[in-house]
Design a protein around this ligand. Structure first.
Ligand code: SPD
Length: 294
């Protein structure tokens, strides 16, 4: 009798009320680091996927949306970004996009878990390829400690974190945001991933309340990332100083070039990403009170 292969699924459980399932073709990597459970699997629908502690971090099929949005919006909003710090982002997707910008002299990546970098270099080369570029300086360290040691140092800081549980929790605090602000050069911009206004109502409200205590200008922007809970995702665009013009200027000349190599980002998307539905405006307001049911 031929052996029957059991169908295997990788599931992300969200807050004990939702389950997202992905049919697995092959399990490629499954290890526990000091910080978290790391899994890379090949799936029928989304290609290879990276999970940390059972949560989807990135997939070959839709990673470009997230990585283009966390990088090109701030980099094209800054007049001349030379020095970029990425906290988290061990898969290398944000690094790959940052390296497309001709003004960049250095990209510093501070990732707490070296095993994430190694797994992604081996199994997700289309995402992690930029990690071997000589302009990239990788520090395997806790971003909370690292940021506290740098003042007026980076033109753009990207916080490409996990969700606010586990190793990523400290990256969603007021003291961390203050240190990020102080590590920016004058005119600097910080963008952090700020969770889903659909699936993380409480977390989104808290993030924006904390950010607004620290940064003079905080503006949410949005896109859809199909594999994340809620699918509808947000980032916070935070400026070290209040900007007198429109909150997000665009380096249009450079954007024309960048658009040639992107699959999601273009100048129209850049402007449209800041157009917020009323419920997102409401949930990211400082005085929003999360209903008990969320
Ligand atoms: N719930 C998933 C949140 C993950 C955000 N960061 C993803 C890292 C991709 N570089």
């Amino acid at each position: 009798m031929p052996e029957q292969q059991e169908t295997q699924w990788m599931t992300e459980e969200h807050k004990q009320v939702l389950r997202y399932g992905f049919k697995i073709k092959e399990k490629l990597y499954s290890e526990r680091s000091v910080f978290q459970q790391i899994d890379v699997v090949d799936t029928d629908f989304y290609g290879r996927m990276l999970f940390l502690d059972g949560a989807v971090m990135t997939t070959e099929q839709d990673e470009f949306i997230y990585h283009e949005m966390i990088t090109h919006i701030p980099l094209l909003g800054h007049p001349n970004p030379e020095s970029v710090l990425i906290i988290g982002g061990g898969d290398g997707g944000a690094v790959r996009e940052v390296l497309k910008h001709p003004s960049i002299q250095e990209v510093v990546l501070c990732e707490i878990d070296g095993m994430v970098i190694e797994a992604c270099k081996r199994y997700l080369p289309s995402i992690s390829g930029g990690l071997n570029d000589p302009r990239v300086d990788i520090h395997i360290r806790d971003g909370i400690e690292f940021i506290a040691e740098h003042k007026n140092r980076f033109d753009v800081i990207l916080v490409d974190s996990t969700d606010p549980i586990g190793p990523g929790e400290g990256l969603f605090t007021e003291s961390f945001y203050k240190n990020v602000r102080d590590a920016l050069t004058p005119g600097g911009i910080m963008v952090n991933q700020s969770e889903s206004p659909i699936a993380h109502v409480r977390e989104v409200a808290l993030v924006y309340q904390l950010l607004r205590k620290v940064f003079p200008q905080v503006t949410p922007y949005i896109a859809t990332v199909p594999t994340y809970p809620g699918a509808y995702w947000s980032w916070a665009y935070c400026m070290k100083e209040r900007y007198q013009g429109p909150f997000s200027q665009i380096n249009d000349l450079l954007a024309v070039d960048i658009e040639q190599s992107t699959r999601y980002y273009n100048r129209q998307i850049h402007r449209a990403a800041f157009a917020l539905p009323n419920f997102v405006r409401e949930r990211t307001r400082t005085d929003f009170e999360t209903p008990a049911s969320c």
